[in-house]
Design a protein around this ligand. Sequence first.
Ligand code: SF4
Ligand code: SF4
Length: 344
Amino acid sequence: MTQFLRTLQSVRRFADYRKHRIPNKDILIDISNVCNAQCYYCPIGLANRKGAPSCSQSGAPSFMPTDLFQKILQHLKDTQWLQPHTCLLPYIWHEPLLHPEFASIIRIANHFNCPLDISTNANVLPKIPNDFDASRIYIVWFSMPGFSQQSYDKIHKFDFERIKHNITTLVHTFREHGCIGHFKIAFHVYQSNIHELPAAYEFARSLHIDCQPYFATLISFKDIARYLKQELSMDFLSKISRDLFMGLTLNLKGPQSTCPWYNNGLAIDSQGNVLPCCNETDPLGSVFEVTPEKLREWHQGYDFCKECLALGLPNRDNAYCDFYPPHYNWHRQWYLEVLKQCLR
Ligand code: SF4
Ligand code: SF4
């Protein structure tokens, strides 16, 4: 197929997705069971800091085998969970680009024709074969804990120059392989890095990509619950008060009676278990047994949901912060990219 036709197909696919998208109807599959970063407020990063990565403790394999990934997608398609306008996110808690067969994972996902949403900390570059097809990638998030070596030393503990290099390479590589999607820097705002935002915007501008700052926070809802119930240790609380903007990230609107995760999308771990949502890691049951009725039943039997609803965590406002006016005209850039791809 020519690049021109492939690009037109992508335009149609993404327009269809935007038109038919049901909020929270996405499918999230953790293809990896490891992350290499050391974010303090994420249970995975904290375990890495302590030298006890969660996967080595549980003895679970580090990555989802490609045949299991294929089997899950086929099953979700056969049971109507996965439809052409369902967005597929091959990550939840861990780093997807660490998967040694990342390109094969995308090839399998492409077969099911869904838009793809990818998020990465950009510390490793996956092997990309010449025939890699990036035309279904709808959005790529680059998760950044600041924009200096000092911030990276504090949080992810990566080499900052390498990260900038890898982000640049990934944008160019995915574009070269037919991606007309949206690239965004997800800038995690801590008290210590807020002054670095203008430099991150400048870097984003130089690559013709977007930058979305949002407040760093406790990632696990169980940790947020412990924070709200004042059950965290004094040391942890004082660290939070020095690092985060908790008052700005917890816009709670009172108790709720239900949660979008009861009826809509699915979060699946690297062993094929359905999770309650993307904020908790306790398996509810096998993806090969899930039905809409079972999903509701599983949630009703999951004790933490009751507490989470009572605290009003599921519908809290997103922790976006817009300190700087948008610098980026997404539509203009998108039309330019479509034109460039058609002329390739
Ligand atoms: S927040 Fe993301 S990048 Fe940081 S340790 Fe957790 S999974 Fe890794
Ligand atoms: S109620 Fe809370 S823990 Fe339960 S699925 Fe919803 S967000 Fe997750």
